[in-house]
Design a protein around this ligand. Structure first.
Ligand code: ACM
Ligand code: ZN
Length: 380
């Protein structure tokens, strides 16, 4: 029963994360997944790599607003967060996204990439980049060994989320070092190179007693039996359940049409031109097994709510989008389908309204982009 926060896109100070965690704990979520790195920022300091702080943790602006944005946790702060979560029964799972989603890393250390671009800047808008770290460069492996060691020092969890999502392989295809390596190893394409890359990353983690998780990208063959992946792409959950079962993988359900809590809750709420409106009732309708039997879906380990933050600049925005929908996903994680009732759930949500508002104690003023304050309507 997890939630993911995204301080890479908009930095979330630890004091705000603690407020977020208080509410998670109340609704009995037990995994906090922290997406620490992305194109728009890198938030984990790593000894020996000072440009993570001086370059990768800063960007000049967000979506043309002209306002510089930056943020880096300290090791002490992250340990404090881990202890705070542990006291509330929550395990913290860090994510370091590889090989893609790495424009901020490229800005700091271009030499890690197939085609280094010294003038690369930390990304200031949403969307992905084509840059993947180059598996043929020894300095890349030295770097990730240092990253994983630091994670091991900070996070008692043996799980490290390695991302693996949205990694276009066109630059691996062109890179002379990657091409030579594929030929030498007899690999038929870049997907085989991806499988080997994940295997080598996993071996590096295993040295510390850590194991990986990944965003599932539809090709179960690039992961290894026993690993855990997250179904996230729209309308791919059923297929993901079947394919991961066959491949001997564990699955966590985070299908975006039910679980992405940065999507708008209400018709007319901002959707930045593409996000589908996902009302409370839609979230509530999530059956994590998608109607499949225990035999077909017994490898599903839980329900997960990612809260991407390209467009959520502060805690106010974050909580506004997450509640009350997180309650629906908490119930999906806790209660078998046969005891769930939308009518009953609506009554519970109404009962919780004043409690949650008091507990948040947050600023209910209109948010920067003029969204209305906290609303609880359940209209589809
Ligand atoms: C994802 O939304 N890129 C996992
Ligand atoms: Zn390369």
């Amino acid at each position: 029963r997890g939630m993911m926060v995204d301080p890479a896109r908009h930095f979330i100070p630890i004091k705000d994360l603690k407020k977020f965690v208080d509410m998670m704990a109340y609704y009995k979520f037990n995994k906090l997944h922290v997406h620490l790195t992305d194109n728009q920022g890198w938030r984990l300091p790593v000894p020996g790599y000072p440009r993570l702080q001086s370059v990768a943790s800063k960007r000049t602006e967000s979506f043309g607003d002209g306002i510089p944005h930056e943020g880096m946790y300290t090791k002490k702060e992250l340990k404090d967060l881990v202890a705070y979560c542990a006291a509330r029964g929550i395990e913290v799972i860090p994510e370091i996204d590889v090989p893609g989603h790495n424009q901020a890393l490229h800005a700091a250390y271009p030499e890690f990439f197939c085609f280094p671009k010294p003038d690369m800047k930390v990304r200031t808008v949403a969307g992905n980049s084509r840059e993947l770290v180059c598996p043929q460069k020894p300095e890349v492996w030295k770097f990730y060994a240092a990253v994983f060691k630091e994670l091991k020092d900070i996070f008692p969890s043996s799980t490290v989320h390695l991302g693996g999502d949205e990694a276009p392989t066109e630059l691996w295809k062109k890179c002379p070092l990657c091409r030579e390596a594929r030929t030498k190893a007899g690999m038929k394409d870049e997907q085989e190179q991806m499988r080997a890359f994940f295997a080598n990353m996993t071996a590096l983690l295993n040295k510390n007693g850590q194991t990986p998780q990944f965003w599932y990208e539809g090709n179960a063959g690039i992961y290894h039996p026993g690993e855990t992946v997250y179904a996230w792409r729209q309308d791919q959950a059923r297929q993901a359940i079947e394919k991961t079962k066959k491949a001997g993988l564990n699955l966590i359900m985070a299908s975006n049409e039910y679980c992405y809590l940065d999507f708008p809750q209400f018709p007319g709420q901002y959707n930045w031109g593409w996000m589908q409106t996902t009302p409370l009732q839609k979230c509530y309708e999530l059956d994590p097994a998608f109607g499949k039997s225990a035999a077909e879906a017994g490898h599903i380990r839980g329900v997960h709510a990612p809260v991407w933050a390209e467009h959520l600049p502060d805690l106010n925005h974050l909580l506004y989008r997450v509640y009350p929908r997180a309650m629906a996903l908490a119930e999906a994680g806790w209660s078998p389908m046969e005891v769930r009732s939308w009518e009953n759930f609506q009554r519970k949500v109404a009962d919780h309204r004043s409690f949650v508002l008091k507990r948040f104690n947050y600023d209910l003023k209109r948010t920067k982009d003029n969204e209305p304050p906290f609303r609880w309507e359940n209209k589809k």
